[in-house]
Design a protein around this ligand. Structure first.
Ligand SMILES: [Zn+2]
Length: 255
């Protein structure tokens, strides 16, 4: 293995010059093979992933929150780091069988089996939808109470059991804003390893109803024009929310 994704909590450990740790100079004791995951990039280079409970104070390593590592890693390595984080998180959450409570052991690279009852588990995804809603020359932007910074984003929410993605889009929009939408179209999807999500992006058009925000979920929101958006803080480039907003901006540029 050439490089390591080593996590401490939700942070990725990097050298002081923002490089992944290398196999030759890995300054940390490796855990048991059972708790190490293997990954490959598109060029076939190998990576290993594991987590540590604490960083020895004698090491001059940087612990950078995974989401912020976007700014210092290439897109491909950031994505791979996300996958690595999902695997070590899954590992940390599945020490014991959810069915009988006995010890789980690694069965394949991405599955575990209960040592007693044989119950098998794989990493599970929490699926969320996110939607850019257009109304003439305006887009609906909202600020969720979950946002950690003061920016405006898009309506989003988790898909519920038994729902299609489109049903989830329609329901979330209705619940959070009271409006009805039409022309729901798939846009793109993105792995969202915080800690194990898949974001599925859609575009849609306003159909009917008056905007009425669900204040338990949203702090503020409203219809924004292209010009309004020039003075508005929007999500970072690492997010599908930003990709959806940039797509809308490209289609509504006055130039
Ligand atoms: Zn079991």
């Amino acid at each position: 293995m050439k490089h390591w994704f080593v996590f401490c909590g939700n942070s990725l450990l990097l050298t002081p010059d923002n490089k992944l740790l290398e196999a030759d100079d890995l300054p940390l004791p490796k855990p048991e093979e059972n708790n190490i995951f293997s990954l490959k990039d598109t060029a076939g280079n190998s990576y290993g992933a594991f987590s540590v409970n604490e960083i020895p104070t004698y090491l001059s390593l940087k612990a950078i929150p995974l989401r912020e590592s976007f700014s210092v890693l290439t897109w491909e390595i950031y994505q791979l780091a996300g996958k690595a984080r999902e695997l070590v998180y899954w590992d940390s959450q599945t020490h014991f069988c959810g069915s009988c409570g006995n010890q789980m052991t690694r069965n394949t690279e991405i599955s575990k089996r209960c040592t007693k009852c044989g119950n098998e588990v794989w990493p599970a995804l929490n699926i969320a939808i996110i939607v850019a809603i257009s109304k003439g020359d305006q887009i609906l932007l909202v600020q969720s109470r979950n946002f950690r910074r003061d920016y405006m984003g898009l309506v989003a929410g988790f898909v519920e059991t038994g729902e299609t993605l489109e049903e989830a889009v329609r329901r979330e929009v209705k619940e959070e804003t009271s409006i009805d939408i039409k022309n729901i179209k798939y846009f793109d999807s993105q792995s969202w390893p915080y800690p194990s999500g898949l974001m599925v992006g859609f575009t849609a058009d306003y159909a009917s109803g008056t905007l009425h925000l669900q204040l338990s979920e949203l702090k503020k929101g409203g219809w924004f024009t292209y010009q309004d958006l020039q003075q508005t803080q929007i999500p970072g480039k690492e997010s599908i929310a930003r990709k959806l907003i940039d797509n809308w901006l490209a289609q509504h540029s006055p130039a």
